[in-house]
Design a binder for this molecule. Structure first.
Ligand code: DX5
Ligand code: ZN
Length: 217
């Protein structure tokens, strides 16, 4: 699969979000990253099911829902119903990670697992058989517009190596601080899906998305 960007809705202008989604879709963006925050796992609160449901009626992009929520198993069914294609949970936020990942698959969505910058890659390993995607956080989750944490390059290389050694085929996603000046280097470390919030939605979203896609294309 070719490498893809996943614009993060968090950085969009919510007063004209329909228009911005059309702009990115028209230049060939396939994934939309949706950050759901509960104000407990992360300090901030973002949006939830009604927003996802209403956007679902307006676009065919793949909805990549990043659950920054404690005990995410409480919400996976309604999140799937509201239109999620991929549901990512955090290893730090869930008591029964394997059970929740299996439940996500049974609901007909694609399960994914994420780790925060301070969590070692080794903590993902027991769950790799259950996932379609691994998300390496390259900023502390909670806010857009932060700088990429340098040790994320090594973590991406590590998970890519584990995938290669074990002949696995989950996707590797990276989230936080990705922009036009580092996206190529980040992709070269093994990331397949590159989340970008501010780097896409500041100014002209279509133009920005196109530039980022060309850099990894
Ligand atoms: C942070 C979110 C990210 C965020 C990325 O908690 O998970 O998806 O929107 O934003 P940028 O690309 O601006 O760092
Ligand atoms: Zn995210």
């Amino acid at each position: 699969m070719s490498k893809q960007i996943a614009p993060s809705l968090l950085a969009a202008d919510f007063a004209r979000v329909g228009e911005q989604l059309k702009e990115i879709e028209s230049v060939g963006v396939k994934y939309l990253h949706l950050d759901v925050m509960d104000g407990i796992f992360v300090p901030s609160i973002s949006f939830g099911m009604p927003v996802i449901e209403s956007l679902r009626k307006n676009t065919d992009m793949i909805f990549d829902v990043h659950m920054m929520v404690i005990d995410p198993e409480r919400y996976i069914e309604v999140i799937k119903k509201s239109g999620a294609d991929i549901i990512t949970i955090h290893v730090e936020a869930c008591k029964d990670v394997a059970g929740t990942l299996k439940a996500i698959r049974e609901l007909g969505a694609r399960p994914a697992i994420s780790i925060n910058p301070k969590t070692p890659v080794a903590e993902l390993v027991p769950f790799l058989p259950y996932v379609d995607m691994v998300l390496i956080m390259s900023v502390e989750p909670g806010f857009g517009g932060q700088s990429f944490i340098e040790n994320s390059y090594a973590k991406l290389r590590e998970i890519a190596e584990i995938r290669r050694e074990n002949n696995m085929n989950f996707l590797i996603e990276v989230d936080g601080g990705v922009n036009a000046s580092n996206i190529k280097a980040v992709a070269e470390c093994g990331a397949d899906i590159l989340v970008a919030g501010s780097a896409v939605f500041k100014n002209n979203a279509g133009e920005n998305a196109k530039t980022l896609m060309e850099l990894i294309g």
